[in-house]
Each structure stands twice: as structure tokens, then as C-alpha cells.
Write a new protein. Structure first.
Length: 152
């Protein structure tokens, strides 16, 4: 049952991520997310990186509270959020933005579709008119671009 909670939360986080990215990061917290689009900060860290802390704190709090209550469902909800956060870090920061060169020349159609959708998202430097706010699931047209090539 605990694994089911973690897996369900992980899947639900994709929807939460889409909503948060579109309405919070491209909304009232654009002041933190802007440098991720306009690359105005030339250092290793961006203001956008504060979102790591903002999103980690509730997960840590849930895991702490759940662990003090005998590792109940609250702990596993926090674990699902944390695992999603780790996946986000590896895929977004390491794979897509190449903060650490890894899988730079991949031929994997799924990874190429995610990378392409994210590039489409970044072609918009302002907070309006964005697209592709998701993370692990992106519009089907990007998957078709790369999966159809496999069939040829």
C-alpha cells in the first residue's frame, strides 16, 4: 500500500507541476523564474533555483511529521513528492539544461521529445504566451516527432 501511495503521488505531481509552472512560476513568482528564461544571470545558480527549496520544504515537513507518527501515509506522500523532485532535478537540470554533461547525444525518442518540448517552452522569454509547462509528460506532437522516426 505504501508503494502505491508513493507512485500515485509521483504521478499526481505531474499535474501539480504543470499548474504550478503555468500559474505560479509564470504568474506571481515570475520574479524568481524570469532568469531561467532570459539567462540574465550568468552564474551557476539562478533565482529560479530557489524553487528547489520552496518545493522541498513541504515534502520534508510531510516526511518528518509522517515519521513521528510511525511512518504513516503522510510520510509516503512526502516521499512521493521527494522522488518526483529528484527526477525533476536529474531530467530538467542535468539532462535538459546540461548543468552536468550527461546523455548529451541520446537517441532515446522519449528523452528527445521531452528535450524538444522544453526548448519550445523556452523560446518564449516573457511570462505570457508560454507552452509545454509539463515535465515528464509533454504534448503528444513532440512524442510523435521522435517515435515516428523509429518506425521509418
Amino acid at each position: 500500500m505504501n508503494i502505491l501511495i508513493v507512485l500515485t503521488v509521483f504521478i499526481l505531481m505531474e499535474g501539480a507541476t504543470w499548474l504550478i509552472h503555468k500559474y505560479v512560476m509564470h504568474g506571481f513568482l515570475w520574479v524568481l523564474h524570469r532568469d531561467h528564461h532570459d539567462h540574465s544571470n550568468r552564474g551557476h545558480l539562478e533565482k529560479n533555483d530557489y524553487f528547489f527549496i520552496i518545493f522541498a520544504l513541504p515534502a520534508i515537513a510531510l516526511m518528518y511529521v509522517g515519521s513521528t507518527q510511525g511512518f504513516n501515509y503522510i510520510f509516503y506522500i512526502g516521499s512521493g513528492i521527494s522522488i518526483y523532485g529528484m527526477a525533476y532535478f536529474f531530467v530538467h537540470d542535468i539532462f535538459i539544461h546540461q548543468r552536468i554533461p550527461f546523455l548529451k547525444n541520446t537517441k532515446n525518442p522519449y528523452l528527445l521529445a521531452i528535450r524538444r518540448a522544453h526548448k519550445q517552452h523556452h523560446k518564449h522569454t516573457g511570462k505570457e504566451k508560454g507552452e509545454c509547462f509539463g515535465f515528464l509528460w509533454v504534448p503528444v506532437k513532440y512524442f510523435k516527432m521522435y517515435f515516428n522516426k523509429k518506425a521509418e
